[in-house]
Design a protein around this ligand. Structure first.
Ligand code: SAH
Length: 283
């Protein structure tokens, strides 16, 4: 008798989520699921897949269809990463100016100290990849180095390579990592990167205030904002830091509304006042 119990793939490691943005070929979705299962990744998130579910995806998943069954589908990338804290975007292009790209090994190193469940690897649609706005949601961008004359890798192959690299980074040097990180701070909850949604709210607030104070000179201020975003994305802001920065922005807004001459500073003390006192004492 053929068993009707569906096999559920389990993992032997803790691994990030895989986000596929607008995948067009169901075969690729299935092949990504298979690669994920091989490497111990279980959390597949699909943003507006063109065809899903699909028998083609199931057949390409080759037994890893539990990953397809538990995959979650979203309308936007923002929704797909709402509970994530560190996003790694992927791109075939070497966008040196706006997004300096890391090698896969360097990207894996950049995750250290962040819980795997808070990390997402984000892949673009087959023909055009991730848009600039989608890359803006990522803390860093990784490019798999390939032949200069033919840089674009099949979506599922790219997913396999990154999942493999991640696996190597946690499985092989596990002992070394443990001894290095157990005693150190990054795993403390207070030092975890803030949720994507909070950070995005801060960016919107920052853009609004920079506009109010007429720092931004063009509309929309895409290039400059991107540089500012990149700076903060690199910093891997914690929730507390986001709150402090939002406090700064709110104070600026308040001051713009209520500004008068500043009268709250105490008279100067410190060096020069002390020197004066010494001088008169000696005199
Ligand atoms: N012209 C697109 C190619 C899209 S290929 C681009 O410039 O990105 C579909 C997806 O596969 C990409 O969005 C990316 O997620 C992944 N991919 C393809 N080649 C890659 C590479 N060399 N490095 C990293 N990811 C790659």
């Amino acid at each position: 008798m053929v068993s009707t119990v569906k096999r559920v793939i389990e993992s032997d490691i803790e691994a990030p989520a895989i986000v596929l943005v607008e995948p067009t070929h169901p075969g690729n979705i299935g092949a990504v699921a298979r690669a994920m299962a091989n490497m111990g990744f279980l959390d597949l998130r699909l943003v507006k897949p063109q065809i899903f579910p699909s028998p083609v995806a199931k057949s390409m998943a080759a037994g890893a269809d539990s990953i397809l069954r538990s995959a979650t589908v979203y309308d936007t990338l923002d929704e797909a990463i709402a509970d994530c804290r560190y996003m790694i975007g992927t791109s075939a292009r070497d966008r040196t100016i706006d997004w300096p790209s890391l090698t896969p090994a360097a990207a894996m190193k950049s995750i250290e100290g962040v819980k795997a469940a808070d990390v997402a690897f984000v892949f673009g649609t087959e023909r055009t990849g991730l848009s600039n706005a989608q890359l803006d949601r990522c803390n860093t961008v990784v490019r798999i180095p390939v032949n200069d004359n033919y840089g674009s890798i099949n979506l599922a192959t790219a997913a396999m390579l990154l999942c493999y690299e991640y696996r190597q980074s946690v499985v092989e040097p596990r002992e070394a990592q443990l001894s290095r990180y157990e005693a150190s701070a990054p795993t403390k909850p207070s030092l975890q990167p803030a949720p994507a949604e909070l950070v995005h709210g801060f960016y919107r607030h920052a853009e609004h205030v920079l506009n109010e104070i007429r720092f931004l000179k063009v509309h929309p201020p895409v290039k400059l904002m991107r540089k500012i975003l990149r700076l903060f994305n690199r910093a891997r802001l914690t929730e507390e830091e986001v709150n402090i920065l939002r406090g700064v922005l709110t104070t600026i807004e308040y001051e713009l509304d209520h500004r008068g001459p500043r009268t709250d500073l105490p008279p100067e003390s410190g060096d020069s006042a002390e020197k004066d006192a010494t001088r008169s004492g000696a005199g």
